[in-house]
Ligand binder design. Structure first.
Ligand SMILES: NC(=O)c1ccc[n+]([C@@H]2O[C@H](COP(=O)([O-])OP(=O)(O)OC[C@H]3O[C@@H](n4cnc5c(N)ncnc54)[C@H](O)[C@@H]3O)[C@@H](O)[C@H]2O)c1
Length: 254
C-alpha cells in the first residue's frame, strides 16, 4: 500500500515545513523526489536526509514565480508522475492593510507559481496519459478568516485551478485534488507570528493553536500522510476534490 516505487515526484517548496515532510515521506515510499525550491541550502539538506535513507532525491534552485525557470527544470526532469504544488507565502492583513506590492507578491508566488508548475507538467502528463497533481489550498479558501485578505484570495484561486485542471484532463488519466489544512506548526506560522505580532508571539501561538477545536496545530507529518494517500494509486478513484485536514476548524468551530 502507498508504494511510490518507480515514480518521479516534484515537490515545490520542499525545503521546509509541509513540503519537507512530503518530500521525506515520498522518498521513504520509493519515489524519486525532485525539490523545486528557492532556498537552496534548505533543499540540499532535505535531499541529503532523503539520500541517507537510500532513496533518490534532487534539488533544483527555482523561483516558482518564474515561468522560464520552472519550464526548463521540469522539461529536464522529463517524466513527472506526481506534482505537489506546495510553495507558498503568508500575508497577514485585511484589504486596507494589503498594499499593491503585497497583493502582487502573494499572487505571484501562491497563484502564478502553481500555474507555472501546472503549465509545465500537464503536457508531460498528457503524453504519459497518467499523472497526479496535489495542490496546497487552505481552510482560508473555505471560511472567512480575520486578516487574511490576500492569502485567502490566493488559496481561493488554488481551489478553482484544482477543479479546472481536474475537469479538463480527466480523460488524459490525470487526477488533480487539493488539501486544505488549518494551522500547521511550520516556519511559515512561526514567521508570520514573529513578523506581525512582535512581543506577543507566545500569546498568538496559543490563540492560533486553540482555534482548532482539537486544541492544537497540525504537524507537517500529518499533512504528508494525507498527501501520500491522495498521490498514491490507492486513491485512483479520487479527483476534483478538496480535503480539509483541520482539527475540526471548518465544521466544529461554533
Ligand atoms: N502552515 C500552515 O499553517 C498552512 C496552512 C494551510 C496551508 N498552508 C500552505 O502549505 C504550503 C506550505 O506551507 P509551510 O507552512 O510548509 O511553509 P514554509 O514557509 O515552512 O515552507 C514553504 C517553502 O516554500 C519555499 N518557497 C517560498 N517561495 C518560493 C518560491 N517563489 N519558489 C520556490 N520555493 C519557494 C520556501 O523557501 C519554503 O521552503 C503553503 O502553500 C501554505 O500556504 C500552510
Amino acid at each position: 500500500m502507498f508504494d511510490l516505487s518507480g515514480k518521479k515526484a516534484i515537490i515545490t517548496g520542499g525545503g521546509s515545513g509541509i513540503g519537507k515532510a512530503i518530500s521525506l515521506l515520498f522518498g521513504q515510499q520509493g519515489a524519486e523526489v525532485h525539490l523545486l525550491e528557492l532556498n537552496e541550502a534548505a533543499a540540499s539538506s532535505v535531499v541529503n536526509e532523503i539520500q541517507a535513507t537510500g532513496a533518490t532525491a534532487f534539488s533544483h534552485a527555482v523561483d516558482v514565480s518564474n515561468q522560464k525557470e520552472v519550464l526548463a527544470v521540469i522539461r529536464a526532469i522529463g517524466r513527472v508522475d506526481i506534482l505537489v504544488n506546495n510553495a507558498g507565502i503568508a500575508h497577514v492583513g485585511n484589504l486596507e492593510n494589503c498594499l499593491e506590492e503585497d497583493f502582487e507578491r502573494v499572487y505571484r508566488i501562491n497563484v502564478k507559481g502553481a500555474y507555472n508548475a501546472l503549465f509545465s507538467v500537464i503536457p508531460l502528463m498528457k503524453k504519459q496519459q497518467r499523472g497526479v497533481i496535489l495542490n496546497l489550498a487552505s481552510i482560508a479558501a473555505q471560511v472567512g478568516i480575520t486578516d487574511r485578505f490576500a492569502y485567502s484570495m490566493s488559496k481561493g484561486a488554488i481551489a478553482a485551478m484544482t477543479l479546472s485542471v481536474a475537469r479538463d484532463y480527466i480523460s488524459d488519466g490525470i487526477r488533480c485534488n487539493s488539501i486544505s489544512p488549518a494551522r500547521v506548526h511550520t516556519p511559515f506560522v512561526d514567521g508570520f507570528i514573529a513578523k506581525n505580532y512582535p512581543g506577543k508571539e507566545e500569546e498568538m501561538f496559543a490563540k492560533l493553536a486553540a482555534s482548532q477545536p482539537i486544541g492544537r496545530m497540525a504537524k507537517p507529518e500529518e499533512i504528508a500522510k494525507l498527501a501520500l494517500y491522495l498521490c498514491s494509486d490507492e486513491a485512483n478513484f479520487i479527483t476534483g476534490n478538496d480535503y480539509p485536514i483541520d482539527g475540526g476548524f471548518i465544521k466544529l468551530n461554533n
